[in-house]
Design a protein around this ligand. Structure first.
Ligand code: ADP
Length: 407
């Protein structure tokens, strides 16, 4: 089934047109800087010429129109009619407590996504804009919401409750939700395919390390803990997000620097993490290069980043009382031997031994083991594919609803 996957940010729309039966991207692309003086439009059809242009695109609806025009243009030879697209899958960051699975989007679902605006003010509003824009352009097909939080719905109360008055949970739903669920789900399922053990008996730790980063403990196929919490700000040190800090620091800096709530929000979300620690960059490649040139603060940023990963891995081994495999994924996890090695060094006590040669020579884009053959806990690199999870879920729900006249 041909499914269009849409991932909307506040000023961007990413898309993947996926043929689910072949698990293949027919075309993918992105409209960036929506609403700026000029927007950037990229299209990457499989096996054909890729393009990058600038346009004036003032809102998400125009961005969707641009994408549809490109896909439909006879010159590009991708689809000949909107009816070739059988369903649209939308990445929605926050599903609150309501959604433990992907759902067909109807008025009630739209309202529930809107109700979660407070929980994810940076993500859910643009996600909903994307849904509305895609519905305008493709009104006749089923639209499905796939939530970043859904996979973590299985967290037990002892992992999702914070040590604050319980009425705050009951009244405002303040609890750990966790994010990157589709990625943790996907890489754990890829791991189950290559092992010879019932899923129920497996204990896995998945490390999604991109610009944003999170770690999940997956016991018997179910997420039982994860490092991101009420919002994606907590847990690991990330590109520009602080991750876990002592909450008292907030009161202290608000007073010392006379910050408003908005600037405090920006400080923790956009000026902290690797960028804040290094004072140089949020991109791991830049930090590694500068640390090699002897920059002490870039080296410290890398050290703090890896130490936090190691701490979470250790704590999840304790939570699950064991671990069969640790899986690295996303930009940093898939591509940086240095970060993988540093995050797992001196963990022989817990049965983790990285094979330096396997780690250094790992091939890009492939599932591979990088632990030694004697390592009690195996270590893998498994490339993630969140869009494919969204497309497959969408196809399943679309098929079940038979809403599309073209199915
Ligand atoms: P996003 O969260 O935006 O999807 P990605 O998963 O693309 O992020 O990851 C981006 C991060 O991956 C950046 O910090 C980038 O520097 C890092 N990265 C990509 N390739 C490498 C590499 N070869 N070595 C180290 N870091 C890398």
């Amino acid at each position: 089934m041909l499914v269009l996957v849409i991932n909307c940010g506040s000023s961007s729309v990413k898309y993947n047109l996926i043929e689910t039966s072949e698990e293949r991207d027919v075309c993918k692309g992105m409209v960036e800087r929506i609403g700026a003086v000029t927007s950037i439009v990229k299209h990457e059809p499989d096996g054909k010429k890729h393009t990058k242009d600038t346009r004036v695109i003032s809102n998400h609806s125009e961005a969707l129109q641009e994408i549809m025009n490109y896909l439909l243009s006879p010159e590009n030879d991708i689809i000949s009619s909107p009816s070739d697209i059988k369903a649209v899958g939308h990445r929605v960051v926050h599903g609150g407590e309501m959604f433990k699975d992907s759902v067909l989007i109807d008025d009630d679902v739209t309202e529930a996504i809107e109700q979660a605006f407070d929980l994810a003010p940076l993500h859910n509003p643009p996600n909903l804009k994307g849904i509305q824009a895609a519905k305008e352009n493709l009104p006749k097909v089923p639209h499905v919401a796939v939530f970043d939080t859904a996979f973590h719905h299985s967290l037990p109360a002892h992992a999702y409750l914070y040590g604050i008055p319980n009425r705050l949970y009951r009244r405002y739903k303040i609890r750990r939700y966790g994010f990157h669920g589709t990625s943790h789900y996907y890489v754990s399922r890829q791991y189950y395919k290559i092992i010879d053990k019932p899923v129920k008996e497996t204990k896995v730790i998945t490390c999604h390390l991109g610009n944003g980063g999170s770690i999940a403990a997956i016991d018997g196929g179910k997420s039982v803990d994860t490092s991101m919490g009420f919002t994606p700000l907590s847990g690991l040190v990330m590109g520009t997000r602080s991750g876990d800090i002592d909450p008292s620091i907030l009161f202290y800096i608000v007073e010392k620097e006379e910050l408003t709530l908005n600037s405090l929000h920006a400080l923790l979300n956009r000026h902290s993490g690797l960028l804040g620690l290094s004072g140089y960059a949020s991109d791991m490649r830049d930090l590694i290069a500068e640390a090699k040139n002897g920059d002490r603060r870039c080296q410290q940023a890398i050290d703090v980043f890896c130490y936090k990963i190691k701490q979470y891995i250790g704590s999840y081994i304790a939570s699950m009382n064991g671990c069969d495999a640790i899986i690295f994924t996303a930009g940093i996890g898939e591509n940086s031997p240095l970060i993988r090695k540093k995050s797992l060094e001196k963990m022989g006590y817990l049965g983790i031994e990285v094979d330096d040669e396997r780690n250094e020579n790992a091939e890009h884009g492939k599932i591979q083991k990088i632990s030694t053959d004697d390592s009690k806990t195996e270590v893998y690199i498994i490339p993630t594919n969140e869009e494919l999870v969204i497309a497959i879920d969408t196809a399943k729900i679309a098929q079940a609803t038979k809403q599309s006249p073209w199915l």
